[in-house]
Ligand binder design. Structure first.
Ligand code: NAD
Length: 297
């Protein structure tokens, strides 16, 4: 059955996710602040409209994939926000990575309006978004997840219910802190091998079959020339930006402060991505942290 879906935020992740919903036969109307992204969506068969309020009012499901907490709060709350425009009963799914607190704030406001809402951040990168193999980490009511499942299954292959509102974001923040740390560790290890005369591919292949094995090494290798179809092989373009990783490590710091958890490696990783961003690399894929070590200490 075709569902009437509004998808807001057609960036690196949102565009391929929305395109998969279109390919599955749903009527998806896409919105983004960037006209070029909207055009790309239309070129692939997506619906576009000049009237976002009317599209939201007619929607069965509204999905958002926006950069950070402030964009999500801005999109949902206020007089012109999604909650003011959607009909009661409309299913709301925010797939952005934002703070647990912001997710709960929007979730509470949605509940007051009679709209079931899930925080459903994702893992799997742009390749996962393109191939429909994302992992969804979901917070919210079981009944809302049951209603969302057919749609999430088109965009992803693993769907985890982490708990109530905001819990999807908490587990996503834990995951991305680990990812940020692993990318730095993988970069250091490959560079150590190369500095000692080894070929980067040899070091990577051996470690990928040894105990240093991890996703940043096997699927998303940060050293140019080792793997095909990864950001490192195309000048660190596309993928997951340094500034988005920096945002996620900031969320980890906030969560640690709020809970009293100790995250010394997360804090160090944040400092290194911050240095890298300030050196002008904020828009590059986060695997470009490999290059930070080009800078003499
Ligand atoms: P992106 O910056 O490429 O895309 C965000 C899009 O949102 C942009 O096109 C922007 O124009 C649009 N936008 C911002 N405000 C808007 C508004 N009010 N209305 C309509 N459009 C608006 O970011 P991305 O890489 O697609 O990431 C999106 C989210 O997914 C982030 O929270 C990120 O942390 C998370 N994420 C990204 C990846 C990845 O690999 N890129 C992986 C997992 C999770």
């Amino acid at each position: 059955m075709s569902t009437n879906i509004v998808f807001i935020g057609l960036g690196n992740m949102g565009l391929p996710m929305a395109q998969n919903l279109v390919r599955a036969g749903h009527a998806v109307t896409g919105f983004d602040l960037l006209p070029a992204s909207v055009q790309q969506f239309a070129d692939g068969g997506g619906l576009v409209s000049d009237d976002q309020a009317a599209a939201i009012q007619a929607a069965d499901i509204v999905i958002t994939m926006l950069p950070a907490s402030r964009h999500v709060l801005g999109a949902y709350l206020g007089d012109a926000g999604i909650l003011a425009q959607a009909r009661p009963g409309t299913l709301l799914i925010d797939c952005s990575t934002i703070s647990t607190e912001a997710a709960r704030q929007v979730g509470r406001a949605a509940e007051e309006k009679g709209m079931p809402m899930l925080d459903a951040p994702v893992s799997g990168g742009t390749a996962g978004a393109t191939n429909g193999t994302l992992t969804f980490m979901v917070g919210g009511e079981e009944s809302a997840l049951a209603a969302a499942r057919p749609c999430l299954e088109i965009m992803g292959k693993a769907i985890f219910h982490a708990g109530g509102s905001g819990c999807g974001q908490t587990v996503k923040i834990c995951n991305n802190m680990l990812l940020g740390i692993l990318m730095i560790g993988t970069s250091e290890a490959i560079r150590l091998g190369v500095a000692n005369g080894l070929d980067a591919k040899v070091v990577s292949d051996v470690m990928a079959k040894s105990s240093g094995r991890n996703w940043t090494l096997e699927v998303y290798n940060p050293c140019p020339g080792v793997a095909e179809n990864v950001p490192a092989s195309r000048g660190y373009t596309g993928g997951f930006g340094v500034d988005l990783m920096l945002k996620d490590l900031g969320l980890a710091m906030e969560s640690a402060e709020a809970s009293g958890a100790s995250i010394p490696l997360g804090a160090l990783a944040r400092t290194l991505y911050d240095m890298h961003s300030k050196a002008g690399s904020g828009g590059l894929d986060f695997s470009s942290i490999y290059r930070l070590q080009d800078t003499p200490a």
